[in-house]
Design a binder for this molecule. Structure first.
Ligand code: DGT
Ligand code: CA
Ligand code: CA
Ligand code: ZN
Length: 579
C-alpha cells in the first residue's frame, strides 16, 4: 500500500491555485495563469491520488487532460519534496497581507496589484479607509461603484461563514418559493445553481422565474422577509442580500428560454463550459437563451430539449460537475441514481443511553413512522466518557431491552454499537461482546491529530477486525469547521473493499463524510457505502435525504448503497464474521 505522509490532491490543488493568484498579482502571462487554475481543478477532482500516480511506473501526469509539461514538473516536485521552490520565490516577493486582499469578492489578484502598487495598500483596514476617502475610484480601472462593491465585500468577508450548508438553505428555498408563488404573472419557477446540484454547501441562491412582465415579480422579490438590502435591480436581473449575509440572484426569463436559462444557471460552470465546447463541434451555439443554429433558435423552452438538441440526456443536476457525466453519456449511459425511496434501513443512531435525546422506544417509533424496515441502535462505547459511553454491562442491558421490543414491533431492531477505535489502536470493547452484536460500526473520536500513518493504521486494523461491519464518518471532517484528519483514504477504501466492509456516508449535513469524490472512488473500486443518519434525536432520522443527495452526486446507484437491500440480504454482503 502507498503509505507514508504523501501530499493529498487537495493540498496540491491549493498550491496550484495559490501560484495562479500570485502570478496574476504579478501580471504574468494569462495563458500560464489559466494553465495553473485548470491544473488545480483537474487535480482536485481526480478520484485517484496524484502522489501515487507520480510514484507508480505505469503512467505519467501529462496523460491527464489539462496537465502540461511545466505543470507536471511542478507537481512532481511538490509530491517528491513536499515543497515548491517556485511558490516560495513568489511568496518572497509578495507581502503576506496582500493575499487577504485578493480574496475580497469583486477584487481579485489583478485589482489587488493596482491597490498595492498605486496606494501601497496591504491590509483590509487600509483598503476600507481608502475607499471611504474616495481614493480608490481615482485609480485606473476603478469606479465609485467598485468602491461600493469593495466595501460590501469587506463587510461580507468579516461576516465570515460565507457558504451555508445545503440543509440550512433548504427551508429558505421553500419559504422563497412560497413567497414568490403569489407574484403576478408567474408561469414557472425553479431554484438553480449549486442548490439544485445538491452541493454540500451553497454560496448564494439563484432563482429563475418565467413571467411575462418582470416588474411585479421583482417587487414581490423585494418584499421577501429578512432582506437587508437590494444590491442591484435591472430589467430582468435583481440581487438581494438577506440579513444573514446570504444573497439571492433573481432572473426573469421568457417561456421560450426558460429551459435554457435553467440549464445555464444550474451550472456548474465547468459543466457549461464543456457543453459549449460540444455545441461548437456541432456548429451550434448554446447560451442562457437557447440553442441556436445560425440565427435560428432550435431549443430553449425545456432542459430536455436543450440537451436533446446536442444529442445528450437530461443530466440529473447532481451530476453536472464535468466529472464523468459526459463520458457516461457517450458510453454506457448515465447511472440510475439512488433515491430516498430506495433506502430501507438506518444503521447508525443514538439514544438516551449515551448522548441521544430520545429513548430507545421513541427512536423505534420514529423509525416506524418513517417507514424504515430495520434500524441499528449504535450508542457510543465506554471510551467516549463525555457521552457516557456504554461498558459491556450497560450494553448487554440495552440488548436485552431490544430483544424484548423486537418481539412486537414492525421495525426490526438490530443490536449495534458505535465502537471507538482507541488512540493506541484496537477496539474499545472485548471481542466476545462485539461478537454478540448484529452490527458494529467503528469510529475515531480521539487521537485525531496523530500522524497520517498512525491514523491510517488504526483504521485499517479496525476494518480487518472480524466483528467490524462498517467505519463511521471515515475522515472526521466537520464542513467549514474541522478539516478531515490526516488519512490515506485510498488505502482505507481498498482495505474495505478487500474485507467487504462498509464505509459510511454519514448523512448529517455538517459531516457528509465520505464526501462525493470519495464515494465515487468507492464505486470505482467496487465497494459499498452505507448511508446513515447518526441521529441523536427522532428528527435526526430525516437527515437521510442529505446523504442520498451526496450519494447521487457521486453517481451511486442502488447497487453501491448497502442499505437499499433488506437486512438479511445486506448482512450476507458484509464480510463480518458471525458469531
Ligand atoms: P455557489 O453559488 O458558489 O454555491 O455556486 P453556483 O454554481 O450556484 O454558482 P453561481 O451562483 O455563481 O452561478 C450559478 C450558475 O450560473 C453556475 O453554476 C453556472 C452559471 N454561471 C455563472 N457564471 C458563469 C460563467 O461565467 N460562465 C458559465 N459558463 N456559467 C456561469
Ligand atoms: Ca449560487
Ligand atoms: Ca449566483
Ligand atoms: Zn454516532
Amino acid at each position: 500500500m502507498c503509505g507514508g505522509n504523501s501530499v493529498t490532491n487537495d493540498q496540491i490543488a491549493d498550491v496550484l491555485d495559490q501560484v495562479a493568484d500570485l502570478l496574476e498579482f504579478e501580471g504574468a502571462n494569462p495563458f500560464r495563469i489559466r494553465a495553473y487554475r485548470g491544473g488545480s481543478r483537474v487535480v482536485r477532482e481526480l478520484s485517484e491520488s496524484v502522489a501515487s500516480l507520480v510514484a507508480g511506473p505505469d503512467r505519467k501526469l501529462t496523460d491527464l487532460a489539462g496537465i502540461g509539461k511545466d505543470l507536471s514538473e511542478k507537481i512532481e516536485t511538490l509530491v517528491t519534496t513536499e515543497g515548491l521552490p517556485f511558490l516560495d520565490e513568489l511568496l518572497e516577493r509578495i507581502p503576506e497581507s496582500v493575499l487577504s486582499l485578493m480574496r475580497i469578492p469583486g477584487l481579485g489578484p489583478k485589482k489587488a496589484a493596482v491597490l498595492y502598487r498605486e496606494l501601497e495598500i496591504t491590509t483590509l483596514d487600509q483598503l476600507r479607509a481608502a475607499c471611504e476617502a474616495g481614493k480608490v475610484r481615482e485609480l485606473k480601472g476603478f469606479a465609485a461603484k467598485t468602491e461600493q462593491t469593495i466595501l460590501a465585500g469587506i463587510d461580507l468577508a468579516a461576516s465570515a461563514g460565507e457558504r451555508i450548508y445545503w440543509a440550512e438553505a433548504e427551508p429558505l428555498v421553500e419559504a422563497l418559493l412560497q413567497h414568490m408563488q403569489n407574484a403576478k404573472g408567474v408561469r414557472q419557477m425553479e431554484i438553480a445553481g449549486s442548490f439544485r446540484r445538491g452541493r454540500e454547501t451553497v454560496g448564494d441562491l439563484d432563482l429563475l422565474v418565467d413571467a411575462e412582465d418582470s416588474a411585479p415579480v421583482m417587487d414581490r422579490f423585494a418584499a421577501f422577509e429578512g432582506i437587508a438590502e437590494v444590491i442591484a435591480r435591472g430589467e430582468t436581473k435583481m440581487s438581494i442580500r438577506l440579513e444573514s449575509g446570504l444573497s439571492i440572484d433573481l432572473r426573469v426569463v421568457p417561456t421560450e428560454s426558460f429551459g435554457a436559462a435553467l440549464q445555464y444557471f444550474t451550472g456548474s460552470k465547468a459543466h457549461n463550459v464543456h457543453l459549449r465546447g460540444m455545441a461548437r463541434k456541432q456548429q451550434l451555439k448554446i447560451n442562457e437563451y437557447g440553442v441556436f443554429r445560425g440565427e435560428e433558435q432550435i431549443a430553449g423552452a425545456t432542459e430536455e430539449e436543450v440537451y436533446a438538441a446536442l444529442d445528450l440526456p437530461r443530466f440529473p443536476p447532481e451530476l453536472r460537475e464535468d466529472r464523468q457525466e459526459f463520458a457516461w453519456a457517450a458510453d454506457e449511459g448515465l447511472p440510475e441514481l439512488v433515491t430516498l425511496e430506495d433506502i430501507r434501513g438506518d444503521l447508525h443512531m443514538h439514544t438516551t443511553a449515551t448522548d441521544g435525546k430520545n429513548s430507545l422506544e421513541e427512536m423505534v417509533e420514529a423509525a416506524r413512522e418513517r417507514g424504515l424496515a430495520y434500524i441499528a441502535i449504535t450508542d457510543h462505547s465506554q471510551r467516549v466518557t463525555m457521552a457516557h459511553g456504554l461498558d459491556p454491562e450497560r450494553l448487554c442491558a440495552q440488548w436485552e431491552r431490544i430483544d424484548a421490543l423486537n418481539a412486537d414491533t414492525e421495525v426490526e431492531i438490530l443490536k449495534g454499537i458505535e465502537c471507538d477505535i482507541l488512540e493506541r489502536g484496537g477496539l474499545d470493547l472485548p471481542d466476545d461482546v462485539l461478537a454478540a452484536a448484529d452490527y458494529v460500526v467503528c469510529s475515531i473520536h480521539y487521537g485525531q491529530n496523530q500522524p497520517k500513518s498512525q491514523i491510517t493504521e488504526r483504521l485499517l486494523e479496525a476494518i480487518e477486525h472480524p466483528y467490524t461491519s462498517a467505519i463511521a464518518h471515515p475522515t472526521g471532517r466537520l464542513i467549514g469547521r474541522r478539516k478531515p484528519y490526516e488519512v490515506d483514504l485510498e488505502a482505507v477504501i481498498q482495505k474495505a473493499v478487500a474485507e467487504k466492509k462498509l464505509l459510511e456516508l454519514n448523512a448529517n449535513p455538517a459531516r457528509l463524510d465520505l464526501d462525493d469524490i470519495a464515494c465515487a472512488t468507492v464505486r470505482q473500486s467496487g465497494g459499498q457505502v452505507v448511508i446513515s443518519t447518526d441521529a441523536h434525536h427522532c428528527g435526526g432520522l430525516d437527515c437521510m435525504r442529505y446523504g442520498v443527495l451526496q450519494a447521487r452526486r457521486a453517481g451511486l446507484t442502488r447497487a453501491e448503497v448497502a442499505n437499499t437491500r433488506s437486512w438479511s440480504q445486506m448482512k450476507r454482503s458484509i464480510g463480518r464474521r458471525n458469531s
